[in-house]
Design a protein around this ligand. Structure first.
Ligand code: NDP
Ligand code: KPL
Length: 297
């Protein structure tokens, strides 16, 4: 079965590369600079001081490569989901499973609404990744994909299984998606506004107080939305930070690249839900506003 990765940047190149290394037939649909570099030198995965090149992976800029895919990994940013859905609708057969790897709660739902004849599965990414150069992805920690427990019963699930990708199965994807949302609300905007890695952020006096304030506001909003958040998530976030100290959040990378961020999906979403449920969210609102102030118009 061919796996097509639509929007192969950091997440798509990394997990597409690991799937190829696990023996799957993978095609990356990506931008011209990445496609050219991967076609000529292989896909580079940079870890620590070393870059390994994967040659058993194809790359193209042409979305029609989706046509014979048995599984699609949609790895574009939130603002690119509508265009991605259009490409998937145009080129794939009805019923083809689509994994939505976006952060935030809304992108997978947008994809599902636009692809009623496909099976869209939200997948949560716990990994620290960024593009280092054309065709070379830097991996700075984590290699977990969290997906619905029910995915185990599908025909495509075995194609994800292997030694390189850690699969975590959840029997409550609503809570799992909120957990990841809260991770992003606590870390992403702080890293973006300060332009600091997680390790650097933790050196800043009183940063922990700000992270706690973000966390407890998010947990209060989740509770108002009838989603119970395990208080142990606070420690899990600290664990994530410790396992990827060199990572700049994907939002920090967006700011550095001069591209629009996904902040509406993170602290902006909490702010909005807080308003709806009369839960005050002053710290999330501050981080949302500061991120908007520094992102491209
Ligand atoms: N980076 C990380 O560590 C993590 C990211 N995530 C989430 O994963 C998602 C993807 O993030 P990330 O990989 O970092 O983002 P990237 O911007 O690195 O990757 C998306 C890539 O898709 C390209 N693209 C978009 N549309 C198309 C298209 N139609 N055809 C070909 N290429 C296309 C983009 O090009 P261009 O930029 O030119 O538009 C970009 O290169 C986001 O929702 C993010 O929040 C989740 C966990 C960790
Ligand atoms: C996992 C984490 C927090 C990694 O930085 C992420 O989701 C992101 O940067 O968007």
């Amino acid at each position: 079965m061919k796996i097509a990765v639509l929007g192969a940047g950091a997440v798509g190149c990394f997990f597409g590369g690991l799937l190829a290394e696990q023996g799957q037939s993978v095609i990356l649909i990506t931008r011209p600079a990445h496609a050219e570099a991967i076609t000529s030198q292989g896909l580079g995965i940079h870890e620590g001081e070393r870059t390994r090149f994967i040659h058993a992976v194809k790359a193209t800029t042409d979305s029609s490569a989706l046509a014979d895919a048995g599984l699609v990994l949609c790895c574009v940013k939130a603002d690119q989901v509508v265009q991605a859905a259009e490409a998937i609708r145009t080129y794939t057969h009805h019923g083809v499973p689509v994994l939505a790897l976006q952060n935030g709660l809304t992108s997978a739902d947008h994809l599902a609404n636009r692809l009623p004849d496909h099976q869209v599965w939200p997948v949560l990414v716990y990994a620290a990744i960024g593009m280092k150069a054309a065709g070379i992805v830097a991996h700075r920690g984590g290699h977990t994909l969290c997906l619905d427990q029910r995915a185990r019963a599908t025909s495509w699930h075995p194609s994800l299984v292997g030694e390189l990708i850690a699969l975590d199965h959840s029997d409550d994807m609503t809570a799992a998606r909120w957990r990841k949302l809260i991770v992003n609300c606590v870390l992403n905007a702080l890293s973006a506004v300060a332009q600091k890695s997680y390790g650097e952020l933790m050196q800043v006096p009183s940063m922990m107080d700000v992270m706690d304030a973000l966390f407890y506001e998010c947990a209060a909003v989740a509770a108002a939305c009838e989603v119970a958040i395990d208080p142990g998530l606070r420690d899990d976030i600290l664990h994530i930070v410790r396992t990827m100290p060199e990572q700049y959040s994907s939002t920090a990378q967006d700011i550095a690249r001069g591209r629009v961020t996904e902040i509406e999906e993170f602290n902006g979403f909490i702010m909005q839900k807080g308003r709806e449920h009369q839960v005050p969210t002053p710290v999330n609102t501050t981080l949302y506003t500061l991120t908007k102030a520094i992102e491209v118009p």
